[in-house]
Ligand binder design. Structure first.
Ligand code: SAM
Length: 168
C-alpha cells in the first residue's frame, strides 16, 4: 500500500531507498539533462540530472483523495533568485512570483491528503526566504524541528495533522 507521498521528489537525493514500495514519488518535472557542475571533482565538470517521478503532478492540486497518506515529505523549491545557468536552480527548481500562494496551496494540499494523525515532514533551506515567512503560510503549527539550520541553512520541520480536521 502506498502510505507515503513525496509530492516534489526531484532527483530523490534525500531518500535512502529511492524506490521504496510504500512511496509515491511525484514532481512537476520529468526530465534528463546534462548539467555543468565542477563541485564533485569531475574532470569535465558535467553531471546528468535525472528527475523521473512515478507521477507528474502539481503539489498545488494533488491528484489524490482526502486522507490517503500516513506521511507526506514536502521539500519544495526554496530559491526565488537564481541565474539562468544555475545548477542549483536546475536541480531544485525555482519559486515563481506567486510563491506565497503556491506554497500556501502546497501546504493545504499536503494536509488534505494526509490522514488524521498523519505526519508532514517539511524541509526548507533558509538561504533566501526565512523559515518563519514560510511557516506563516499554513495555519497548522509544527511540533518540532532541527536547529542546525542556523549554521547549515536546512531545516526539517515536523507537523502532525490533528484528529478530525479534514481541511485547513
Ligand atoms: C528541493 S527540490 C526536491 C529535492 C528532493 N527532495 C531530493 O531529495 O532530491 C524541489 C522539487 O520540486 C519540484 N516542483 C516545483 N514546483 C512543483 C509543483 N508545483 N509541483 C510538484 N513539484 C514541484 C521541482 O521540480 C523540484 O524537483
Amino acid at each position: 500500500m502506498m502510505r507515503v507521498l513525496d509530492p516534489c521528489c526531484g532527483g530523490r537525493m534525500m531518500w535512502f531507498d529511492k524506490n521504496h514500495p510504500d512511496v509515491v514519488y511525484g514532481d512537476c518535472r520529468d526530465l534528463e539533462m546534462p548539467l555543468t557542475d565542477k563541485s564533485h571533482g569531475k574532470a569535465d565538470g558535467m553531471r546528468t540530472l535525472r528527475i523521473e517521478p512515478d507521477m507528474v503532478l502539481d503539489f498545488r492540486n494533488l491528484p489524490f483523495e482526502d486522507g490517503q497518506f500516513r506521511l507526506v515529505a514536502f521539500d519544495p523549491p526554496h530559491l526565488i533568485r537564481a541565474g539562468k545557468k544555475s545548477w542549483l536552480a536546475a536541480k531544485y527548481g525555482k519559486l515563481g512570483a506567486c510563491w506565497q500562494d503556491d506554497l500556501r496551496a502546497g501546504f493545504a494540499e499536503c494536509f488534505r491528503v494526509l490522514a488524521d494523525d498523519g505526519v508532514l515532514i517539511f524541509k526548507w533551506s533558509e538561504v533566501q526566504i526565512k523559515l518563519s515567512e514560510v511557516l506563516a503560510l499554513t495555519p497548522h503549527k509544527p511540533l518540532f524541528g532541527n536547529t542546525s539550520g542556523k549554521r547549515m541553512g536546512t531545516h526539517w520541520i515536523v507537523f502532525m495533522k490533528p484528529i478530525a480536521e479534514a481541511s485547513a
